[in-house]
Design a protein around this ligand. Structure first.
Ligand code: GAL
Length: 325
């Protein structure tokens, strides 16, 4: 592939790996490690095998990874966190690893994986085992990750929904997640929780980001004095307007900055939902990864990757490009 291809908002352009297969890495992220970019996510199960496209999609396979040097051409590297067929095992298929994210821990020299874990059967409720943060770990970026277990940070009254990880320059890492109170009347907001030094558990240090109430799909990154968080609204797989927040201190107030998108399609984030933001290695450039969900056939969702533009006074802008290099 020579350039990123997104087409019209109504297009679902397929992105193939170097073996010619459709890239199937739902809701994941990209990590630069061992000299390459690694793109990972949940491998969705094909339509017609018990999925109806509502309330989240499932996997029989697990989490997969692809590697690339140019961000356009991706080599399939295989399953890094496999499902099993052992009844009662936490990874017994079918199940879900939603919003998978991986960061590297310099102290323990391990790659640490977190996701919104949903066992099956179990839909997007608040029941035990269906709204947890799941953790896995590996010595190699593309090795087979070992399942560590699940957490509900802060307390069990808060279900874990969409989430992301953020590693700060000093090596401190955070879980940022949509906490939905089990008692629905108590509401829902993005929370930020500091992780332990090994990144395997949440600590008691957290902040409820009241400014980001009823938001999901958070992606957090740092640029030139500000921490930014881009989020979506809460409308399931239906597209909605993005909104971003910024702060100079992760554990203090976040400023509501409005919609980073402009022009046609801004009201639906150009028919996509944020997945992750990563920095281009060695450059002061960031890419916003999003997914154009295809409820008719989740294997034909499209990945919409756009460059983030930094404006004056710490503002962000995400312009739609049908094609770009
Ligand atoms: C989306 C959410 C996804 C998934 C989906 C299920 O809004 O961002 O991660 O949970 O809802 O309906």
């Amino acid at each position: 592939m020579q350039s990123f291809q997104h087409g019209e908002f109504t297009d679902f352009i397929q992105w193939h790996d170097m073996d010619g297969n459709i890239i199937n890495a739902s809701d994941g992220g990209v990590i630069y490690a061992e000299g390459k970019y690694h793109w990972y996510g949940m491998a969705l199960r094909p339509l017609g095998e018990g999925t109806d496209g509502t309330g989240g999609e499932v996997t029989d396979t697990g989490v997969v990874m692809y590697a690339s040097e140019d961000l356009l051409n991706w080599q399939y590297e295989g399953v890094i966190l496999p499902c099993t067929d052992i009844e009662g095992h936490p990874l017994c298929a079918p199940m879900r690893f939603e919003r998978s994210k991986i960061i590297y821990n310099e102290k323990t020299k391990k790659y640490v994986f977190w996701c919104h874990y949903v066992k099956c059967p179990g839909d997007h409720g608040v029941a035990d085992g269906t709204a947890e943060a799941g953790v896995a770990v590996c010595d190699r970026v593309n090795g087979t990750y070992t399942w560590v277990g699940t957490h509900r940070p802060i307390d069990r009254d808060g279900a874990v929904k969409d989430m992301t990880l953020f590693k700060d320059a000093d090596g401190t890492a955070y879980l940022i997640y949509d906490r939905r109170e089990v008692d629905a009347e108590k509401g829902r907001a993005i929370h930020i929780v500091k992780l332990t030094e090994d990144y395997l558990s949440p600590t008691d240090t957290y902040r409820k980001i009241d400014e980001a109430a009823v938001r999901e799909a958070p992606a957090v990154f740092y640029h030139d004095g500000y921490y930014y968080m881009i989020t979506s609204g809460v409308t399931g797989w239906a597209m909605n307007r993005a909104k971003y927040f910024r702060t100079k201190d992760l554990m203090s107030e976040w400023e509501d900055m409005g919609d980073p998108c402009v022009g046609d399609g801004a009201d639906i984030t150009y028919a996509s939902q944020t997945t992750y933001v990563f920095k281009v290695e060695g450059e002061d450039r960031f890419i916003h990864m999003a997914e154009r969900h295809n409820r008719e056939n989740f294997l034909h969702c499209a990945y919409v990757w756009l460059p983030i533009e930094f404006g004056e006074n710490g503002t962000l802008c995400l312009k739609y490009l049908k094609e770009w290099k």
